[in-house]
Design a protein around this ligand. Structure first.
Ligand SMILES: [Zn+2]
Length: 157
């Protein structure tokens, strides 16, 4: 599945526990919910590749209660709205890799991928596949999406 690729591997520590300790703009956290946050993928499969991550460190969906699961889905909905507004994609991949065998780059801390898709985006993805995205571009994406999350979260609740 497409969202299997492009995840970051950390030698130690947990990226998804560490990121919320930073400032939003530095961490590229575009939205903070009560139980989960939304962050840009540093190795995006396409432009606008987001991840929704529970704050609590746990490896699989069975470890979470209904409140977190609900927020995962409401933030998924919000992310789709924001990405449609920002990039007008023709489709999305939404999904989770649970366990290293399934392709999770950070297997200890569950996260849900949202990947906007366009017709003919395979060439673009091949080009970007193994390339570390430049910081300026991450900042641009952040600047574009963060205000939309703020605005659209206020209107969609
Ligand atoms: Zn963690």
């Amino acid at each position: 599945m497409p969202y299997l690729r492009g995840e970051e591997r950390l030698p130690e520590g947990c990226l998804f526990c560490a990121k919320p300790q930073l400032e939003d703009a530095k961490a590229h956290i575009v939205y903070r919910g009560r139980l989960c946050y939304v962050i840009l993928n540093r190795f995006p499969y396409t432009n606008g590749h987001l991840m929704i991550v529970p704050y609590r460190h746990a490896a699989t969906l069975e470890d979470f209660g209904a409140e977190t699961l609900t927020e995962l889905m409401t933030l998924t909905q919000l992310s789709l709205r924001v990405l449609r507004e920002a990039y007008d994609p023709q489709g999305f991949n939404v999904g989770m890799n649970i366990g290293e065998t399934a392709g999770a780059g950070i297997a200890g801390h569950i996260h849900l991928h949202i990947v906007p898709r366009w017709n003919g985006d395979t060439n673009y993805m091949t080009t970007l596949g193994q390339t570390r995205i430049i910081p300026e571009w991450m900042d641009q994406t952040y600047e574009r999406l963060q205000p939309l999350f703020e605005r659209m979260s206020a209107t969609s609740k």
